[in-house]
Design a protein around this ligand. Structure first.
Ligand code: NDP
Length: 389
């Protein structure tokens, strides 16, 4: 520390604030109007060497576990998350911020249902709306920023009979002290042979992925829920005409989405209609439609078909270990728990009531906090600050 010459003989216990005056007169310093003087009794020595103070160093919370340091095992973790939709990646954000360095087995088609969702207008924080894939890219970036290890592989098998739990993906065995299952639900198909044959040749379940290919074409969307109405509206950006085909005369979709479709001059809504066949050899050329009221069949020319009829929960690999309900969704115990101690559940894989990105994200947060507390209780991870999430 440098000292002013005239201070050299001052007593050592001088008031450290001597000479400091601060005016609280309320002036606007941003405009150069400070309203009064601010002066410091001693000059500030910018080139002063750091003071040599030795403080005891705290061990970083979470250090010393199997995943710490350069010798960490890439297939061993305290917490493994299966799924990479809003639930899985929110769990990853929370778990990685708690220094758990989670492994995320994201699936070969990562990102969940939002990857096949166009404009998301109800996710808080995006007043102008955001495209589903863009939102998921942000989730992933945030999870990776805090140390999540994300692998784009499908889980083929699990063994939850003992801990560490064992999970296999692309032939590799992963071991985890705890697991969050967030595998979501997948799009349903009509189940027609012609639909399968022409998938990727005019038949799609993803408007954001494929809409671009239908510029100035006449296309149809099947379904009467929010997905179908949203996709139909989105596809009007490209298509010359979008026919919305619904098998009943009332809609599951929210009123605002139905009104928007009816108001859109590019959308024609057809109720009491079912798709009996997709017509065409190398690509979609038409549809065979049944009028459910009269049973009449009609062939109509059409250049594309988007299927938007709901979802099936992705629970197959867990059925030997976890409870499922009559619709095939996982059953949760006590918010995020399962019947296996240390296995937690989040998102659409159990929730067929709300099924929203924001509720799935909230679920992922809860599952990560519960997993972290469970690991702590087992003595597997060190206590973090309870409020440090
Ligand atoms: P839904 O289950 O709500 O709707 C599925 C629709 O497909 C129903 O209208 C159903 O008809 C119809 N359908 C089902 N099977 C067939 C079939 N074999 N042939 C013809 N039609 C069929 O699923 P969604 O995917 O639309 O929505 C799922 C959830 O996600 C909902 O809770 C929805 O609110 C939410 N969501 C929210 C969005 C948003 O807020 N931005 C966007 C998208 C979805 P029927 O009515 O006769 O059963």
């Amino acid at each position: 520390m440098t000292q002013r010459d005239d201070d050299k003989n001052e007593p050592k216990a001088a008031d450290p604030f001597a000479g400091l005056t601060i005016d609280f007169g309320g002036g606007d310093s941003a405009n150069g109007n400070s309203g009064g003087p601010v002066s410091f009794g001693a000059p500030i020595a910018f080139n002063a060497p750091p003071t040599a103070v030795e403080l005891p160093r705290a061990k970083r919370p979470g250090a010393g576990g199997p995943n710490d340091g350069g010798d960490r095992d890439e297939h061993r973790t305290k917490l493994l998350i299966i799924g990479s939709g809003p639930a899985g990646l929110t769990a990853a954000i929370y778990a990685s911020r708690a220094n758990l360095e989670p492994i995320v087995l994201a699936g070969v088609v990562p990102g969940g249902q939002l990857m096949i969702t166009s404009d998301v207008e109800n996710y808080p924080g995006f007043p102008e709306g955001i495209l589903g894939p863009e939102l998921m890219a942000k989730f992933r970036e945030q999870a990776e920023r805090f140390g999540s290890r994300i692998y784009d592989v499908d889980v083929e098998r699990v063994d939850f009979s003992e801990r560490p739990f064992r999970i296999w993906a692309r032939g590799i065995e992963y071991r985890a002290d705890s697991v969050v299952v967030a595998t979501g639900a997948s799009a349903l198909w009509l189940g027609l042979e012609s639909e399968t044959r022409l998938r990727g040749r005019g038949v799609s379940a993803c408007a954001t992925c494929d809409g671009f290919f239908f510029r100035d074409k006449e296309i149809a969307v099947v379904g009467g829920g929010d997905t179908a109405l949203e996709e139909a509206t989105y596809l009007t950006r490209f298509a010359s005409k979008v026919h919305l085909l619904h098998r009943r005369d009332s809609f599951r979709a929210s009123k605002i989405m139905v009104d928007r479709a009816y108001d859109n001059p590019k959308i024609e809504v057809h109720t009491n209609i079912s798709v009996e066949e997709v017509l065409g050899g190398a690509k979609v050329e038409g549809l065979r439609l049944r009028n459910i009221a009269t049973n009449d069949l009609t062939d109509v020319p059409m250049e594309g078909l988007f299927i938007a009829i709901g979802y099936r929960p992705n629970t197959e690999v867990f059925r030997d270990w976890l409870d499922v309900d009559e619709k095939g969704y996982l059953v949760v115990h006590d918010e995020t728990g399962s019947k296996v101690d240390g296995v937690f559940i989040a998102g659409d894989v159990h929730d067929h009531r709300y099924r929203q990105a924001v509720t799935a994200a909230g679920d992922g947060c809860k599952a990560a906090i519960d997993a972290e507390r469970w690991l702590e209780a087992q003595g597997i991870s060190e206590a973090t600050t309870a409020t440090a999430w």
